[in-house]
Design a protein around this ligand. Structure first.
Ligand SMILES: Nc1ncnc2c1ncn2[C@@H]1O[C@H](COP(=O)(O)OP(=O)(O)OP(=O)(O)O)[C@@H](O)[C@H]1O
Ligand SMILES: [Mg+2]
Length: 212
């Protein structure tokens, strides 16, 4: 993914949520770094709103998970995705995931439900390390996701991935992301990861001013 652009002609009312959020109201285009883009900003600046809209526009379930998930425990997504245009790169990501800390519990429940129903092929939980995500701590289940489910050449949209992690595990998480980027670079194609509210030396887009 190269860019997320707000198609301003599609916005009916910039005075209404989510378009009234200053960082969204002044958004024209957000360029995504070939490897990792971090959104950084104060609470309530609109990071989750933007990250969610990018994820939905990219085809992910609003509550998180892979593109194969299609569940909703409470419809709460904003309309922003309807006015967002994603500019895709030449290389298509091989995989992807939308991780949102606040609803990861619901993803874990959905995995258990689908695995109870059964179906063709191995259980879904196998690709998360095999151990029920509900039987792990919040932080452990995040690490299991990244270590087992994520792979190189993917498009990952992450909202507050650090929320459940201890300082030590936050470093492990950064190392895992770094390894994914390196693996993708070796394969001459890069993943695009979009975590909000973290810091890095790569390009940052700050939601604290009028422009994003
Ligand atoms: N459903 C809603 N209706 C109206 N306003 C909303 C709704 N959801 C969020 N907001 C407002 O939109 C703004 C942006 O919220 P958002 O959750 O995107 O912020 P954020 O940058 O992710 O904050 P945080 O760092 O606390 O996660 C906030 O002012 C919030 O109160
Ligand atoms: Mg948020």
């Amino acid at each position: 993914m190269n860019e997320a652009a707000l198609v301003r002609e599609k916005v009916k009312d910039f005075g209404r949520y989510p378009f009234s959020i200053p960082a969204i109201r002044s958004l024209h285009s957000l360029e995504l770094h070939p490897r990792v883009t971090f959104l950084v900003g104060e609470n309530g600046m609109g990071k989750s709103t933007l990250v969610e809209a990018i994820a939905i526009a990219a085809g992910f379930n609003a509550e998180g998970g892979s593109k194969n998930f299609n569940f909703a425990s409470r419809r709460s997504e904003s309309e922003l995705h309807t006015a967002l245009r994603l500019v895709r790169g030449v290389r298509r990501p091989k995989t992807g995931y939308f991780l949102r800390a606040e609803s990861y519990f619901n993803v874990a429940t959905e995995i258990e439900r689908l695995d109870r129903e059964g179906g063709m092929g191995p259980p879904i939980i196998a690709s998360y390390g095999g151990r029920s995500l509900h039987e792990q701590s919040h932080g452990e289940s995040f690490i299991a996701l990244v270590k087992n489910r994520f792979s190189a050449n993917g498009f990952y949209v992450l909202d507050e991935p650090e929320a459940a992690l201890s300082p030590q595990k936050q470093l492990s998480f950064l190392v895992a992301m770094h390894d994914l980027v390196r693996a993708a670079t070796r394969n001459s194609s890069s993943p695009r990861t979009l975590p909000s509210s973290s810091l890095t030396r790569t390009r940052q887009s700050t939601c604290s001013g009028p422009r994003v």
